[in-house]
Design a protein around this ligand. Structure first.
Ligand code: MN
Ligand code: MN
Length: 465
């Protein structure tokens, strides 16, 4: 090999370039990247709603010796605990050896809800020899993407007598599925000239759930009666029980490897399970002298509201309980705490290159991506992490051998977004956004790179170490 010139050496030592993690990884590391993705796909398939993700997380935590914590319980150093909030969000934590007032808590905050179609409270009707369920979409979706794909129904019904019944239909190959119909192109002239937001309107997102008339000539809505009779037979529910139900239609297809080389994964709900799963596994498997906490929260897609969203006081209450248990001043604990707000970001998409600024776009497979700020229109509504804190996290990642990158969500003034970072930083906790780049975010079928998933996991291990 020819010797490097002085200029080449200078360039290498002074300039910065993103690395493709697949290229940077040796054979062993690449095998680890692929192996880790298997567990993740299984998690995705088992956890399509926040309730399911919460239940799976609890199971995984218990298998690793973590036990349930309720507010007010006693705590001691070395404890491995999980706290469930109303079955929809879960906080997993380990109490470390270090002094809480000096070292604070290392937090990773991610969310386990995902865009979907929620069934209305009075949803069931018959028309055109079919039976439908009316929906109201949850989170920011392109409505036209949700027609003509197989859907599954997931959720909980609280019956008149107070009993809760779980519903999950459309996931097993033997199950029936559901769908929202779309117009044939032959009659779509007017539809096709509408703006994309109007191609399918909210009140057209009605899920087909039946087509068999009940065998009784005296009854009017026979198909609806068939559906009601089946719901009663299987779940003991009446039509009135929809009033106290939380049912969602989600894509019925499982997570699968994508591409000849299996480098990517196509699935519903990467946002934000692609951060929640690494946060959970890193916390369950890692060892650390720090007190560490993984928050898997609900309602991020609708503004982190309600009792299970990040804005609820329960998460700060839990941190305060930990401080109190060791006689620590909670204000000091918060001031010393550090947080990775872990949510997905937009991967550069060459088919829509115009909305990105390539130098500051998240590139697929270049590792988990830090967003110093989010927001829109001049960083408005953003946490905007400090150079000092980013410097600190950067050193942790360097020590952990993490391949990572930074980005903005799209080019300046193209749009914007934000997640839970601002609610954590409000507590006086240094926080920065970090997460996996996603293609087709919020579509029924999103795409991520296995390399970025594994990089995210390694970043969390380094952060909690
Ligand atoms: Mn998200
Ligand atoms: Mn989202």
């Amino acid at each position: 090999m020819a010797e490097k010139t002085k200029g080449q050496e200078m360039l290498e030592s002074l300039s910065y370039q993103k690395q493709n993690y697949y290229e940077a990884a040796d054979e062993q590391e690449r095998a680890a990247i692929y192996a880790y993705a298997e567990g993740y796909k299984a998690f995705l398939n088992a956890a399509k709603t926040e309730r399911e993700a919460c239940a799976v997380a609890v199971k995984m935590a218990e298998e690793k010796g973590f036990t349930r914590y309720e507010l007010g319980d006693k705590l001691k150093k070395g404890d491995k605990k999980y706290f469930v909030n109303r079955g929809k969000s879960v906080v997993v934590f380990r109490i470390g050896e270090k002094d809480l007032e000096e070292d604070g808590i290392r937090l990773i905050a991610s969310h386990i809800d995902a865009p979907r179609l929620d069934i209305k409270q009075n949803p069931l009707y018959e028309d055109g020899n079919m039976c439908f369920l009316k929906t109201h979409y949850y989170g920011g979706i392109k409505k036209y993407q949700w027609t003509a794909i197989p859907l599954a129904l997931h959720g909980t019904v609280v019956l008149k007598d107070g009993r809760s019944v779980e519903i999950r239909v459309g996931e097993d190959m033997g199950d029936p599925v559901f769908c929202i119909d779309d117009l044939l192109p032959h009659l779509g002239r007017e539809q096709m000239s509408a703006g994309a937001a109007k191609v399918i309107e909210g009140e057209q997102l009605n899920v087909v759930v039946g087509g068999l008339p009940y065998a009784d000539k005296e009854v009017k809505e026979k198909i609806k009666l068939t559906v009601l009779s089946l719901l009663h037979e299987k779940y003991g529910m009446n039509e009135e029980d929809f009033l106290s139900a939380e049912l969602s239609a989600v894509p019925a297809f499982p997570a699968r490897d994508l591409g000849f080389d299996r480098a990517l994964i196509g699935a519903y709900g990467h946002d934000d399970r692609v951060c929640a799963y690494p946060a959970l596994t890193a916390l369950l498997e890692g060892k650390s002298a720090h007190t560490v906490m993984a928050l898997l929260v609900d309602k991020e897609e609708i503004g982190s509201e309600g009792t299970t969203g990040m804005q609820c006081a329960v998460y700060a209450d839990l941190m305060e309980e930990i401080a109190l248990a060791f006689g620590a001043n909670f204000r000091k604990v918060r001031a010393r705490s550090k947080c990775l707000s872990s949510d997905v970001t937009a991967a550069f998409d060459p088919n829509f290159a115009g909305v990105y600024e390539k130098m500051n776009a998240a590139m697929l497979s270049c590792g988990t991506c830090m967003n110093k700020f989010t927001g829109s229109g001049g960083k408005s509504g953003s946490n905007d992490a400090s150079a000092e804190f980013i410097g600190e996290v950067r050193r942790m990642f360097a020590e952990g051998g993490v391949v990572w990158q930074t980005a903005e969500l799209g080019k300046v003034d193209a749009g914007g977004g934000g997640t839970v970072a601002k609610y954590l930083s409000k507590l006086n906790i240094d926080t920065v956004d970090l997460g996996v780049p996603v293609l087709s975010m919020h579509a029924p079928y999103e795409v991520i790179s296995k390399a970025d998933l594994y990089s995210n996991y390694k970043a969390f291990l380094a952060f909690m170490k």
